[in-house]
Design a protein around this ligand. Structure first.
Ligand code: ZN
Length: 198
């Protein structure tokens, strides 16, 4: 069956989103067409507004409408500790625990040779540039996947020789689990139980 052209185009766009297959894309497209025009407009405006307003903090690379971001500019945060995560959504998961009071650094990915992602594609250089004498601990909070492990190892080898304590969060999660989907209690425990990388 052939979709009429505008519908085919809408389905095609939805299918570009992560985790959306042809069936979900079709369901979303039909849903949009049933929505009142004002609601559709509101939805489109929200996408464009977020895209325009949200930038990356030039210090920690957290997604934010401010630069420096709300965390980097917060005087109450402990400036001696940096927690390294791969994406802003992991930062948000850790913030939800309310346990961590230090700073963050968002790598914007993990090392993945299969996908052609090398350390140069990540915010590694920018992390190293932040490691002055005031930094006492780097907490690695990357997913317990092959890529996450490789990235943790790579970073600890770079940072430890600088005389900075490098720890990693203790995962109570199975290998391959996603940090962003972990509940607050599990994540808080993972932070609390972090171990120094020797
Ligand atoms: Zn920041």
């Amino acid at each position: 069956m052939q979709y009429t052209k505008p519908l085919a185009r809408l389905i095609e766009e939805f299918q570009k989103l992560p985790g959306i297959g042809p069936k979900s894309a079709q369901r979303m497209a039909f849903h949009i067409l049933k929505m009142p025009s004002a609601e559709v407009q509101k939805f489109c405006d929200a996408i464009i507004y977020a895209k325009e307003k949200i930038k990356y903090c030039r210090t920690c690379f957290n997604m934010s409408s401010e630069d420096p971001c709300e965390i980097c500019s917060d005087e109450r945060r402990d400036k001696h500790t940096i927690c390294v995560v791969s994406e802003t959504r992991d930062l948000i998961a850790l913030e939800r625990t309310r346990e961590y009071k230090g700073l963050y650094h968002v790598l914007q990915g993990v090392i993945s040779p299969l996908d052609g992602i090398s350390p140069d594609d990540l915010r590694v250089k920018e992390l190293l540039n932040r490691l002055g004498s005031d930094i006492e601990e780097i907490i690695l909070a990357l997913n317990p996947s092959v890529e996450g492990e490789a990235t943790s190892l790579y970073l600890s080898r770079l940072i430890k020789p600088l005389g900075i304590k490098v720890t990693r969060i203790a995962f109570g999660l199975p290998v391959g689990a996603d940090l962003e989907y972990a509940d607050e209690v599990t994540l808080a425990k993972a932070l609390e139980g972090r171990r120094e990388i020797l």
